[in-house]
Design a protein around this ligand. Structure first.
Ligand code: SAM
Length: 226
């Protein structure tokens, strides 16, 4: 079956929407400089016009494959799967595309997870934490204005490994990252981002700051704050 690369002529004209065929994605990701970043559990990727995830989904598959070569046992591999996922970020303007993007990332992670771990080894906390990471890392918004669909600043989370099995989540506005103030800088603004797993007609909340406590990778889903 041939791949669908456009949805409508109007969308191509208005938002430049043309999806990249798998063959082209593979060719680009096979380039040595990119391959080196894909074969890393810490190198991050941001797709500022992510579409339905042609690149992010393939990078996720490849990073999960790489994680398998790096893990020290099954428990460690579950953490490394989440770590690999946490390095992938996307921004997409159109609501229907973001829904597909999130669904494709969730399904890709779950498919690989279920194929890798036996029913006895599977841990629902890992899948719940994967959903939280995907929700935090995939933003519906305009990459040029740094704003979400609801007019709030786009916010991304840094997921920094702490010790062998913990992670520290820190939020930065996309604008502060682009301007070189994050994630290593001092400017840290925060406002509530559209929750991609929530109802879409909820009102945006007032800006507020959240300080997350370091947790085990599998406990990310708890979103514990100080
Ligand atoms: C050429 S398509 C590429 C999609 C995807 N990267 C791929 O390769 O299949 C461009 C995408 O960018 C989105 N887009 C257009 N303007 C945007 C903007 N200002 N911010 C974020 N996304 C945008 C469109 O909705 C479309 O999905």
């Amino acid at each position: 079956m041939s791949e669908k690369i456009i949805k409508s002529a109007d969308r191509v004209k208005n938002i430049g929407e043309v999806f990249t065929p798998q063959k082209t994605v593979d060719f680009m990701l096979d380039q040595p400089e990119i391959k080196a970043k894909v074969n890393s559990l810490t190198a991050t990727f941001l797709e500022p016009s992510a579409g339905e995830g042609a690149f992010l989904v393939e990078i996720l598959k490849r990073k999960l494959l790489y994680a398998k070569t790096q893990a020290n046992g099954k428990k460690d591999l579950q953490n490394k799967f989440l770590q690999a996922l946490s390095t992938l970020y996307g921004i997409e303007l159109m609501e229907d595309n973001v829904e597909m993007l999130v669904m494709n990332m969730v399904n890709t992670f779950r498919d690989v997870y279920f194929k890798t771990f036996s029913p006895e080894e599977q841990n629902q906390k890992i899948l719940n934490s994967a959903n939280v990471i995907i929700s935090a890392n995939m933003a519906q918004g305009n990459a040029l204005t740094y704003k979400t669909a609801t007019g709030n600043p786009i916010v991304f989370s840094e997921w920094k490994p702490v010790g062998k099995s913990k992670v520290q989540r820190t939020e930065y506005t996309f604008e502060s990252i682009v301007n070189g103030n994050g994630p290593t800088g001092t400017v840290q603004e925060h406002t509530e981002q559209l929750d991609l797993f929530a109802d879409f007609d909820t009102e945006p909340e007032e800006p507020k700051t959240r300080n997350y406590v370091p947790v085990k990778w599998e406990d990310i889903y708890k979103q514990l704050i100080e």
